[in-house]
Design a protein around this ligand. Structure first.
Ligand code: SF4
Length: 61
């Protein structure tokens, strides 16, 4: 199943993924960590730009 989600335990809040997300699916939450709205997208570019591998594509864990 297509879906982009964030593993917050790996996120360092650099905002790189949000800054290039043209679909406006990713945003920064109140704790300064990335979060994804409900979606059926594969945000490959966002995944590639993340320095920690926190942007996940596919099934939620
Ligand atoms: S690019 Fe990765 S580490 Fe940076 S805010 Fe996004 S998910 Fe977090």
């Amino acid at each position: 199943m297509k879906k982009t989600w964030i593993d917050k335990s790996m996120c360092i809040g650099c905002e790189a993924c949000v800054s290039i997300d043209e679909d406006d699916i990713l945003f920064m939450d109140e704790d300064g960590l990335a979060e994804a709205k409900e979606n059926d997208k594969e945000l490959i570019n966002c995944q590639m730009v993340c320095p920690t591998g926190a942007v996940k594509i596919g099934e939620d864990k």
